[in-house]
Ligand binder design. Structure first.
Ligand code: SF4
Length: 490
């Protein structure tokens, strides 16, 4: 297996929640697959293990390519891209989602394809289907033959069983059976289709490129292809787009109050993306402002844990008046150097990726701003590095509330017992990390930072915040069957 084909491991990045997929589609533009490859490249932060592209051209039919590894290492080859002709194309980047977690196999790499009596269709899914195991059992009992271990394949089989006469209607039928979080980009021979689940948990946006259209998980991927951001696909909306007739919108689901993933604001989305007309960068900066108001501390220096803690650290420094500095420097070129590290290199851990700026840190009382604490392993190592460099004090300020519950909606989270905040109070976590102080932004503070002036509506939260609150907007039925204990009603 060549380097470019090898599944990528992230041995030093296992202490973050990981978004599991990015999706992108284009219609009405020549060589659409090239635009999809660029879009996927901009969405690479949402999944690095594998990617796939499907295209359609009337004279060549459907074509597809799936590869392990980064988009830039695969979908930049002219030879490969020439096999994906046509003005209609969709693509997917993946971290391992439901299915073979941590060990993606080629059969799990999307887009998935199905041949129906009225023609073929390809689909790419971001999110997680919470009743996938029950659906899979039912479908297999009725004769479906699954090709992958992915929850997303259920959608294709449900479409195959639908009696509707066209593909968008079959997709509506299928998605009405599905519970959980889904943003879907799909294509037929003539149509680009985008759908968001009724709660709108995962993002999906619409863009205009020349005479064509694009669908993307995030606006940053529209920017890279020079597309103009038009709007978000609404929660519960399906758009069916053709080059000739433009965008048609339908509402296949019973309307519900939206519950967009609040963690997209904190960490998953790129800071140069726009969510709900708000800049992600500005929201993160505002989180730092709120954090400085809620949890002030006397100190000499505010440092981000790069890169995701940077906007919040800038906001914290601004609000507190404490100088901002790059006390930790990230090695940008770590990525592919040690794909299979030796034990000796593995033990060097976080030092391979982050280094301390000793000249800045020495003798100072340092506030470290990070986006989240998951297992706490990386936070401890960073604290050690800062103290080794001669810092007088270390104070952690965290730009999200304590992550005490797993996510079942398309984000890779450790089991509940492995989450530091599930087993320890804030004081216990402070002692465990060995820092002088530790504070997390409150849930209300986070809601204020994302634009909800009065904070979180306790009776009817405006976002999904289940990994902080334990209040799941969609019952994770497969997990309950496996013995997962929901939070007891208060
Ligand atoms: S549980 Fe957390 S990470 Fe998952 S969708 Fe809800 S807010 Fe986002």
């Amino acid at each position: 297996m060549s380097d470019a084909q090898m599944p990528l491991a992230h041995p030093f990045d296992d202490d973050k929640l990981k978004e599991e997929c990015g999706i992108f589609g284009v219609v009405g533009v020549a060589d659409a697959a090239n635009f999809v490859a660029l879009g996927l490249h901009a969405l690479q932060h949402r999944g690095q293990e594998a990617g796939g592209i499907v295209s359609y051209a009337p004279e060549h039919g459907f074509n597809s390519a799936r590869r392990f590894g980064y988009v830039r290492d695969n979908f930049t080859s002219q030879k490969l891209m020439e096999t994906l002709p046509g003005a209609l194309s969709i693509g997917h980047v993946r971290y391992s989602t439901a299915g073979s977690k941590g060990q993606t196999q080629m059969r799990d790499v999307q887009p998935f394809f199905g041949e129906f009596s009225m023609g073929g269709a390809a689909i790419a899914h971001n999110g997680n289907i919470t009743n996938a195991e029950a659906l899979r059992r039912e479908l297999i009992d009725r004769g479906s033959i699954f090709q992958s271990s992915s929850d997303s394949e259920c959608i294709i089989h449900l479409m195959a069983r639908s009696l509707q006469r066209n593909i968008p209607e079959r997709m509506e039928d299928a998605l009405r059976r599905v519970e959980g979080a889904f943003s879907v980009v799909a294509m037929t021979r003539t149509k680009l289709i985008g759908v968001r689940d009724p709660l709108g948990v995962r993002p999906l946006v619409l863009g205009r490129i020349g005479d064509g259209w694009a669908l993307s998980s995030e606006t940053c991927a529209l920017d890279i292809i020079g597309a103009e951001y038009v709007r978000e696909i609404e929660p519960g909306e399906m758009v069916v787009i053709t080059a000739e007739h433009g965008v048609e919108s339908v509402r296949p689901f019973r309307p519900r109050k939206p519950r967009f993933c609040i963690f997209e604001h904190v960490y998953f989305s790129r800071p140069d993306s726009i969510i709900g007309s708000r800049s992600v960068y500005e929201t993160r900066r505002q989180i730092g402002v709120e954090l400085a108001r809620e949890a002030p501390v006397d100190a000499d220096l505010v440092c981000p844990v790069p890169d995701s803690g940077t906007p919040a650290a800038i906001g914290f420094a601004f609000e507190s008046g404490i100088p901002y500095g790059m006390g930790i420097i990230r090695n940008q070129y770590m990525g592919r150097t040690f794909i299979e590290p030796t034990e000796q290199i593995r033990n060097m851990g976080v030092r391979l990726k982050l280094n301390v700026n000793r000249a800045l840190i020495k003798g100072k009382r340092v506030i470290l701003v990070d986006d989240s604490v998951v297992r706490g392993t990386t936070s401890r190592k960073i604290k050690d590095m800062i103290l080794d460099a001669g810092a007088a004090e270390v104070h952690f300020r965290i730009a999200s509330p304590p992550t005490a519950w797993p996510c079942f909606y398309g984000v890779d989270t450790p089991q509940r017992e492995k989450l530091l905040a599930a087993t320890m109070s804030e004081t216990e976590m402070r002692d465990h990390l060995g820092v002088d102080s530790l504070r997390f932004i409150s849930l209300d503070g986070l809601y204020r930072a994302v634009g909800e002036a009065s904070g979180r509506d306790a009776d009817c939260p405006q976002y999904c915040d289940a990994c902080f609150s334990g209040e799941y907007p969609v019952e994770p039925s497969d997990m309950l069957e496996k013995g997962f204990q929901m939070k007891a009603a208060e």
